[in-house]
Design a protein. Structure first.
Length: 227
């Protein structure tokens, strides 16, 4: 028994759900959940089949990359998961996927503009592209740290994949799905060669305002120590 049993199970359950639904490919992609009240996270191990691992294989690490529990090596992307938690107190779950349609956008390198009300409400004003940097490098960590300060919940990693954030694992999963839907619609619309319509600016700002006020509430609760 360990105090981390339930968070480990949660990380494994969501990782397997993402893999079953085709958002992770092979051993690619990784998932983490913030350990409440500690500067630590529970994260998937590096280079493992997500259907062969046990909850105990989920790694518990501090934000200064010291092992707390777990024998396997953590994901090589642990650095950017930590960077997100450090700059975004509203985020409690990070999902990095290699999902098909968002990955196609990663090759084009175009931000997804505000196409749908629901997209802006949960993902932010646009889905921006984080410039390319090799996996597992400090350069990629710095790029992620810089971009996530815009309070959005979904990003494209240039020539790599996607990054989705959520206040809970449920929200992060929802954001992964919403991103895939927006990416597919955007690709199809681009294929027509026609001009792509965006939602009106006022609607975009109202929808993003709802997301921001939710985030501010969470930040406030955290600073008061009530969650
Ligand atoms: Zn990746």
């Amino acid at each position: 028994m360990s105090e981390f049993d339930s968070i480990r199970q949660q990380v494994l359950d969501y990782t397997q759900q993402l893999a079953r639904e085709g958002f992770l490919k092979g051993t690619g992609g990784n998932v983490s959940v913030r350990v409440a009240g500690q500067n630590a996270l529970a994260i998937t191990p590096s280079n493992q089949d997500y259907f062969s691992i046990h909850p105990n294989d989920i790694c518990i690490y501090s934000f200064d990359k010291q092992k707390i529990e777990g024998d396997l090596k953590p994901s090589i992307e642990m650095g950017f998961h930590i960077a997100v938690y450090q700059v975004r107190p509203d985020v409690n779950c990070v999902m990095h996927t290699h999902q098909d349609f968002a990955s196609a956008i990663a090759l084009i390198g175009k931000s997804i503009p505000a196409l749908f009300d629901e997209q802006v409400r949960f993902l932010g004003r646009s889905v921006d592209v984080i410039p390319y940097a090799p996996s597992g490098t400090g350069l990629l960590v710095n790029q992620v740290r810089k971009l996530v300060k815009n309070h959005h919940n979904a990003y494209i990693l240039k020539n790599h994949g996607a990054l989705c954030l959520g206040s809970t694992p449920e929200r992060a999963l929802h954001n992964v799905m919403l991103l895939e839907k927006a990416a597919l619609s955007y690709i199809l619309a681009l294929c027509t060669g026609e001009k792509i319509g965006k939602i009106p600016l006022i609607v975009r700002e109202l929808a993003f305002g709802k997301l921001r006020s939710e985030q501010k509430k969470l930040e406030q609760q955290l600073s008061q120590g009530s969650v």
